[in-house]
Design a protein around this ligand. Structure first.
Ligand SMILES: [Fe+2]
Length: 440
């Protein structure tokens, strides 16, 4: 069954290419665009693809489609549309992810065992929620101060996060299939030379970091606060596959002095010899992409590396990872541009040479999330919201690292200077890469 048969009414507004969700549009228009984009990402899929969970971190596509609808149902329609009736009250149990205060929930590890509701029924659920949300948005149109606006905005950014997870999760699902299916064809890249890496200097001192002012941000991006930085330098572009291969060929994965102790244990016990999705073919390496298996391109950013690998590479290079404050101070003023999901490349792209007048740092946004050496903790004065919605970010501030920038699976309108992504040290299935830093 082709997914085009399954898409709900929100996709009817979709022209067949990814929609940009930025721009001065109304909340109702942005709601339609974001909901349609989620379904647009499903167009290459067939029914069987929607159901599989290929590892503990991976949720089925069907679950992402339903969970993002559950979010609007639970946090917007529940409190603000008293006439709303769910098509199945048990969906609240099936599609709650981790919100303890929102009630009991299905076990995450068993999401891939759920064949009902069917894919078609999940699309019908989305259409049902869309219809109720459009009615509510119409009612709210002349009441911009209504508290539901903020929750709808949060729901849209939440759905964009799941759009990225949908892409990275289906990549892992396809990787687990020996046929190595293609999600979206991509022309072979022209062979480009690797752009020269330059070291850009930034002045230390007391800097203001974190979100302030108008515009959406997650609660974990604030409060804005002062941080003291020493003078530092940042690499002008991301670490390439070619540079990472030098690390590998220099025994990088075997040299214990390069590794944090838990990282070395994973390398040894898990047999890590290369980034995730890489496979050896004779003397060469290939990598699995959403366009199928390709030779590793030396000038593309290295991708699908864990914090441990990023840290070991930096130590081998006699550099270090940036702190998140350094990244933010250095990136301030740079345009939010790069290889985002709208490119439909679904793979990071080589850096191009910086032109005169451009920001000194290339590849700040898009391509791959950049590991920092900053632990994911609350900023000074951080207070999560009260109630279940306060569980969104705050309760995950343990044993994770901050990543900055955005990736080739991130919607462009979802990327911003103060965004704090976060993952544990051993996570590799997201589009994660490396930008080096050093003391000045
Ligand atoms: Fe979620």
């Amino acid at each position: 069954m082709a997914s085009s048969l399954l898409t709900s009414d929100s996709a009817a507004t979709h022209p067949g290419t990814a929609q940009h969700t930025s721009g001065p549009r109304t909340l109702a228009q942005r709601f339609d665009a974001v909901r349609a984009q989620t379904e647009h990402l499903c167009v290459p899929l067939d029914t069987e693809d929607y159901v599989v969970s290929s590892m503990a971190d991976v949720s089925p596509t069907k679950w992402h489609l339903a969970h993002t609808s559950w979010f609007f149902e639970t946090f917007v329609l529940g409190p603000h549309a008293p006439e709303y009736v769910s098509p199945n009250p048990r969906y609240a149990y099936l599609f709650n992810s981790y919100y303890v205060q929102a009630g009991e929930r299905h076990c995450r590890a068993k999401r891939g065992l759920v064949t009902r509701p069917t894919v078609r029924e999940v699309f019908e659920y989305r259409a049902h929620v869309n219809e109720a949300m459009r009615d509510l948005l119409e009612r709210l149109r002349d009441d911009p101060q209504h508290p539901a606006h903020r929750l709808i905005e949060l729901g849209l950014h939440h759905e964009q996060q799941h759009q990225e997870l949908l892409v990275t999760d289906i990549k892992h699902v396809f990787w687990m299939n020996p046929l190595r299916p293609v999600y979206r064809e991509r022309p072979q890249g022209a062979s480009l030379a690797t752009t020269e890496l330059k070291w850009r200097s930034f002045a230390g001192g007391v800097h203001r970091v974190g979100h302030e002012g108008d515009g959406f941000a997650f609660d974990n991006e604030g409060p804005a606060h002062r941080e003291f930085l020493e003078d530092f330098v940042l690499a002008s572009r991301l670490v390439t596959n070619g540079e990472y291969l030098e690390f590998m060929r220099d025994g990088g994965y075997e040299r214990s002095e390069l590794w944090l102790s838990p990282g070395l244990a994973i390398v040894q016990d898990g047999g890590w010899k290369a980034p995730f999705y890489w496979e050896r073919e004779g003397d060469d390496w290939t990598e699995f992409t959403l366009a199928g298996t390709r030779p590793v391109a030396l000038n593309e950013p290295v991708c699908h590396v864990s914090y441990y690998e990023a840290d070991a590479f930096a130590r081998w290079a006699k550099r270090r990872l940036p702190t998140e404050a350094e990244w933010e101070v250095a990136a301030r003023g740079a345009p939010v541009e790069g290889t985002f999901v709208e490119s439909e490349r679904f793979h990071p792209a080589p850096a191009r040479a910086t032109r005169d007048g451009e920001h000194a740092l290339a590849q700040l946004y898009g391509d791959v999330w950049q590991w920092t050496q900053s632990a994911y903790v609350g900023y000074p004065g951080f207070k999560p919201d009260t109630g279940a919605i306060g569980e969104y970010n705050g309760k995950w501030m343990a044993d994770q690292w901050v990543l900055r920038g955005a990736s080739c699976a991130t919607p462009e309108s979802h990327a911003r200077l103060t965004y704090r992504n976060f993952f544990p040290s051993d996570a590799r299935w997201q589009f994660m890469g490396i930008r080096l830093a050093d003391h000045a």
